[in-house]
Ligand binder design. Structure first.
Ligand code: 5GP
Length: 339
């Protein structure tokens, strides 16, 4: 466990408003509202999801969305989320968030606030962070287009931070086909795509998504064998979030998780991720420990998973090289016998 905790890790699937641990949420509430300790206990109950279905899980985000509806709340939440990952020895983090408009901020200002907080926090913590803007599939195509336009507009100023587009939100809502022109525009303009795909059983949509293409597939829970073969053929990585899937009941138990089949039998590129470490009360280290214990992974498997994550990160080749070297170095020194 200590080996995994100290291991330099790569997190590629983390939704900002789901990624603050309970302690950080308490800190955020204290800073924003000056809450007392009794209220803090209630706060953590509001956010952490004990289990249920996806619809129930989605309700959990409402509470965080209230906390991040001001510039101060949003910037502090971003800082705290990054700090939490850095504490877990995540050396490269891809955060994703859905730009939101309210009485205080436009969507563009929302994104700028997140970017400012990312830049500031990177100077303090030893972690590199990039940002994906999320399209909420339950909202309109016009909103999605606005999100892509903001990404393209800010990409020039923040070219090392803005890296791609995520397609998420309640998978039972919205029609993927309607979003194709917008996603195509993003792709044509060098934004990478990470799509929540096969999160629920919806074979026709999964086929449409695979045909359209993506760099990374979020969850991939309900991929058929044929679809999995096609994902493999197209060199698409699958982001597996063990605790998230079990708590949302899209996977019955850890033993049954599709990670096993994809990693062991198909040898397809798979990446371990947290999804929403606050909501699901987990950490990336915890996800690695779970995977190691459930599927009897060796140190070599852990190395392979870490290198997979680097390979599919939305960064330049030279940075991938650096990250791989750091990871390989850790495995080398930790497995060398002491002299
Ligand atoms: P935010 O984008 O507000 O920073 O992060 C929370 C949002 O991410 C949620 O409202 C939802 O749209 C999306 N999200 C978080 N977790 C999941 C998940 O497991 N599946 C899907 N499809 N979307 C999610």
């Amino acid at each position: 466990t200590n080996f995994i905790r100290m291991m330099p890790k790569i997190e590629l699937h983390a939704h900002l408003n789901g990624s603050l641990c309970t302690k950080s949420i308490e800190e955020l509430c204290e800073e924003l509202y000056g809450v007392n300790s009794n209220e803090k206990v209630l706060l953590s109950k509001e956010l952490v999801f004990d289990g249920g279905n996806l619809d129930q899980c989605f309700l959990k985000f409402r509470f965080m969305h209230e906390l991040t509806a001001t510039k101060k709340g949003l910037q502090l939440a971003t800082e705290l989320a990054i700090r939490d990952f850095a504490k877990d020895n995540v050396i490269y983090l891809e955060l994703r968030t859905t730009p939101k408009k309210n009485s205080e901020m436009s969507k563009e200002e929302y994104v700028k606030n997140v970017l400012e907080a990312i830049e500031r926090t990177m100077k303090i913590e030893s972690i590199h962070v990039s940002l994906l803007l999320s399209i909420d599939r339950s909202k309109s195509v016009a909103e999605a287009e606005e999100t892509v336009n903001i990404a393209l507009q800010l990409k020039n100023t923040y070219k090392d931070i803005i890296s791609g587009i995520d397609f998420s939100g309640n998978p039972k809502l919205g029609n993927f086909m309607h979003f194709i022109p917008v996603l195509e525009k993003a792709r044509k303009n060098d934004l990478k795509l990470a799509l929540h795909c096969a999160e629920i059983h919806n074979p026709a949509e999964i086929d449409q998504m695979i045909k359209f293409g993506m760099e990374r597939c979020g969850h991939g829970t309900f991929l058929s064998e044929l679809q999995l073969n096609e994902i493999y053929r197209r060199n698409i990585a699958i982001e597996c979030c063990l605790t998230s899937n079990v708590k949302c009941s899209t996977v019955k138990c850890y033993d049954d998780h599709h990670f096993k089949h994809i990693f062991n039998d198909k040898k397809a590129p798979v990446i371990l991720c947290t999804d929403d470490c606050g909501v699901f009360d987990t950490t990336l280290s915890n996800e690695f420990v779970l995977a190691k214990n459930t599927f009897n992974l060796t140190k070599n498997d852990l190395l392979q998973l870490s290198l997979n994550a680097v390979e599919f990160a939305f960064v330049h080749e030279h940075f991938k090289h650096d990250l791989k070297q750091r990871i390989r170095h850790y495995f080398k020194i930790q497995t060398e016998p002491e002299s």
